[in-house]
Design a protein around this ligand. Structure first.
Ligand code: HEC
Ligand code: HEC
Ligand code: HEC
Ligand code: HEC
Ligand code: HEC
Ligand code: HEC
Length: 256
């Protein structure tokens, strides 16, 4: 029924019948359809029942409070929180893809809202806008190699490192197995400051602390998106080891 309503409410030239069919097909095999989230869940104002042609993040809010809250706190979403126009690549200081300059940031910018395929959202979506050396070299990294090899639905697996793994980190353990991280922190600024926050929140799920620090604090390696092992050896660690030696100057330790 609503499908028809959407078809007729939109200007005929805006969405063709075949486009509508394609949207419906993508939705039919999505997690949303499985969970009975239908066209009306997003395209109908809950109070007034008014039809919404281009739903914004408000339409996701009732079901996805946490992604919305965190998205609005990061660089990507903060303009919306402040009631300003959405962020676009044209406003950026960082290099951006030329044909994306007018693309407006919202939930649907990374998520195809009709298929909600999170694999596509984790790398491909980012690269429709980001165009700096770090972003572009990701594909040369071991992390990318692993992601390509293990690409799995519905979400990237715990061993694959995508742009989102580092910049939209997962938190919160699944109660059923106690190991899978389920919630995605959509604040894309969160892991950048302070600089070592990403070490604890992300890298140490897989790497040792020293390996991670030596990687993160090497600007060349960050620029190259970790496409080689760290060459740096931070003095802090040498100092920590020296301090440990001094402190452990007792017989039981010397016996080791
Ligand atoms: C999870 C929320 C959600 C569901 C479910 C959903 N939509 Fe949408 N839809 C959106 C959003 C957000 C947009 C606007 C942004 C975009 O086009 O990516 C949109 C855009 C559209 C458009 C305009 C596309 C264009 O190119 O202008 C059509 C038509 C449409 N939806 C039809 C449907 C139909 C039919 C269904 C059910 C089979 C459906 N939608 C289910 C969120 C949803
Ligand atoms: C009526 C409730 C409802 C609305 C509205 C809704 N969703 Fe969902 N969404 C769900 C449910 C239920 C799931 C499946 C369980 C889960 O992963 O939380 C889900 C899953 C998802 C997933 C994860 C897919 C995966 O593969 O794990 C994404 C991404 C998503 N929704 C995005 C959106 C966006 C973007 C909007 C708004 C445009 C939206 N949803 C609107 C209920 C909703
Ligand atoms: C619509 C285009 C677009 C898409 C898609 C997009 N971004 Fe961005 N992103 C931007 C813009 C614009 C900025 C602001 C850059 C600036 O001010 O120089 C930004 C900033 C960032 C920043 C810096 C945040 C800060 O606080 O300085 C990170 C990290 C980032 N994006 C990661 C990602 C990741 C990861 C993805 C995919 C999961 C992604 N982006 C998808 C446009 C986009
Ligand atoms: C910059 C790109 C980007 C934007 C913008 C974005 N998402 Fe996501 N989202 C992702 C990626 C990537 C994942 C999967 C990451 C993973 O599984 O490691 C994800 C996962 C999700 C999930 C499933 C995990 C969870 O925490 O429940 C939901 C639901 C979701 N997003 C909803 C939203 C909503 C609602 C918005 C708008 C407020 C939004 N997303 C905006 C990239 C984005
Ligand atoms: C293994 C973790 C990791 C992966 C994977 C990763 N990044 Fe980053 N990213 C970082 C670190 C660390 C920084 C630098 C933070 C700093 O300079 O303090 C950074 C910086 C950035 C910045 C610049 C922020 C600024 O203001 O200068 C953007 C944009 C960005 N990443 C986007 C991406 C995109 C897009 C991808 C995927 C194509 C990606 N990153 C993959 C860890 C990662
Ligand atoms: C989900 C697990 C996981 C996370 C999270 C992760 N990595 Fe990795 N990383 C790996 C795996 C697996 C490899 C490949 C190891 C190998 O082939 O020997 C790797 C390789 C690397 C390499 C070496 C690349 C090469 O070519 O030898 C560097 C450097 C690195 N990671 C840094 C980081 C940093 C810094 C972070 C956090 C910002 C991080 N990783 C987060 C799993 C992870």
């Amino acid at each position: 029924m609503l499908l028809m309503a959407i078809g007729t409410a939109l200007p005929a030239e805006a969405v063709s019948e075949s486009e509508l069919d394609q949207i419906t097909e993508r939705w039919q095999i999505s997690v949303h359809a499985l969970n009975e989230v239908n066209c009306a869940s997003c395209h109908q104002e809950s109070e007034s029942n008014a039809f919404v042609a281009n739903p914004s993040y408000e339409s996701c809010q009732s079901c996805h409070e946490d992604p919305v809250d965190t998205f609005l706190l990061g660089k990507h979403g903060i303009r919306l929180l402040e009631g300003e126009s959405p962020l676009t690549p044209a406003m950026a200081r960082l290099p951006m893809k030329h044909d994306a300059l007018t693309k407006e940031m919202n939930c649907n910018t990374c998520h195809d809202v009709h298929s909600v395929d999170t694999v596509q959202a984790a790398v491909d979506a980012c690269l429709t806008c980001h165009n700096d050396t770090h972003s572009l070299t990701y594909e040369n990294s071991k992390h990318a190699e692993l992601f390509l090899a293990t690409k799995e639905l519905p979400r990237p697996g715990p061993t694959a490192v995508t742009c989102a793994t580092c910049h939209l980190p997962r938190t919160g353990f699944d109660q059923s197995d106690g190991t899978t991280l389920v919630k995605v922190n959509h604040n894309n600024t969160y892991t950048l400051k302070p600089q070592d926050r990403m070490v604890g929140e992300v890298c140490m799920n897989c790497h040792g602390v020293e390996y991670a620090f030596n990687s993160i604090f090497d600007p060349e390696l960050v620029k190259a998106n970790f496409d080689r092992p760290p060459a740096l050896s931070l003095e802090t660690f040498d100092m920590m080891r020296a301090a440990e030696k001094l402190r452990s100057g007792n017989p039981s330790d010397e016996a080791e």
